[in-house]
Design a protein around this ligand. Structure first.
Ligand code: AMP
Length: 173
């Protein structure tokens, strides 16, 4: 099965000029969902992952399932203002302006082996900020996984010292 065939490209969403990679067409396909999850699990099987972190919000979809399959806990990284207890934040630069993400302070402990997961790697700004959050709390990022990588944006170059994987690549828009 070609997972790429299950991804829908939607031009000019959420704004003019962006080609949005829509994963809902993969998610609704039982075999597609299972196949993508199995591939993600296989990548991480020997990594002794203790916690999977999913990035809001599409990173939650496979992140939770991955945690269960790997016998790990699940932790959400969220947009500002969503987490109720004491938290740590990290800001990152966007094309226009900045954004930030947050994690609960007590979510991970030093010594945890973290798998970070999101649906898509574009410039890598979001995932780099997530790595910084994990490392601020003294844990180790043992793997980073994505369903989709937009290779032409070269986000991967921000992660030279990490074990980074994607299941589906696009080398042009
Ligand atoms: P970046 O920080 O540039 O790597 O952007 C990654 C985040 O933005 C991910 O959480 C993606 O869900 C989202 N994103 C960026 N570009 C796209 C795209 N073309 N299609 C779908 N989601 C995208």
């Amino acid at each position: 099965m070609e997972l790429k065939d299950l991804i829908r490209s939607v031009p000019n969403f959420p704004k003019e000029g962006i080609i949005f990679k829509d994963i809902t067409t993969l998610l609704k396909d039982p075999n597609g969902y299972k196949e993508a999850l199995n591939q993600l699990v296989k990548l991480a099987e020997n990594k002794e992952v203790t916690k999977v972190i999913g990035i809001e919000s599409r990173g939650f979809i496979f992140g939770g399932a991955l945690a269960e399959k790997l016998n790990a806990g699940f932790i959400p990284i969220r947009k500002p203002g969503k987490l109720p207890a004491a938290k740590v934040s990290e800001s990152y630069v966007l094309e226009y302006g900045t954004d930030s993400i947050e994690i609960h302070k007590d979510a991970i402990q030093p010594g945890d082996k973290i798998l970070l997961h999101d649906d898509l790697l574009a410039t890598g700004g979001t995932m780099k900020a997530a790595c910084n959050l994990v490392e601020k709390l003294g844990a180790e990022v043992v793997q980073i996984s994505f369903l989709i990588e937009l290779t032409f944006l070269n986000g991967r170059s921000k992660f030279e010292n990490y074990d980074l994987h994607s299941l589906i690549q696009y080398d042009a828009e």
